[in-house]
Ligand binder design. Structure first.
Ligand code: K1U
Ligand code: ZN
Length: 170
């Protein structure tokens, strides 16, 4: 396994729209193992392939307390999203040190291929629903700060560019 480099906002590659995974083959299984290692190493609860500069529709997630329930979602599709919405504080490994409230559907139903390439349907609520929606946004090139006001987003952009110039990871 290997640790992968995580792209940092405002890197333009974070706005790339990912293509479908063609097959859950040995290359994708190796990518999944590397993404999980990278996510656990960074203490994240999710990671999208976009964030490691691979532009295929692939997500890994683990919202368990014990960090032992990895989920793999390839080619995820939202089948249903509740009209009921909730605001939750979100963070992002591509925007280190920034947390802010984002409104999303409280419950969703998603279809995706799992790590073996089998089609699965998942009903999610709470942190899992928030995380799936956040990671699916990455696959269409959207970063959570784009839900914030232009003023906040510009402040974050300036902070990230300064940190990059100073050679820090915030
Ligand atoms: O960069 C990412 O996409 C991963 C991100 C996922 C996420 C966290 C919180 C809400 C929505 C999506 C993170 O893992 S950020 C770091 C983190 O571990 C965390 C932050 C807030 C709450 C719980 C965990
Ligand atoms: Zn993120």
């Amino acid at each position: 396994m290997a640790l992968l480099a995580i792209l940092c906002y405002p890197d333009p590659r974070l706005h790339t729209v990912a293509k479908p995974v063609q097959a859950v083959d040995a290359r994708i299984r190796k990518l999944v193992a590397d993404m999980l290692e990278t996510m656990y190493d960074a203490n994240g609860i999710g990671l999208a392939a976009t964030q490691v500069d691979v532009h295929e529709r692939l997500i890994v997630i683990d919202v368990s307390e014990e960090r032992n329930q990895p989920m793999v979602l390839a080619n995820p599709e939202i089948l249903w999203a509740s009209d009921d919405k909730q605001v939750n504080d979100e963070g992002c490994l591509s925007v280190p040190g920034i947390y802010d409230g984002v409104e999303r559907s409280s419950r969703i139903r998603v279809r995706a291929l799992d790590g073996e390439g089998n089609s699965r349907e998942i009903e999610a609520e709470g942190l899992l629903a928030v995380c799936i929606q956040h990671e699916m946004d990455h696959l269409v090139g959207k970063v959570f700060v784009e839900y914030l006001s232009p003023l906040k987003r510009n402040r974050i952009k300036t902070k990230m560019l300064k940190a990059r110039r100073d050679g820090e990871r915030v």
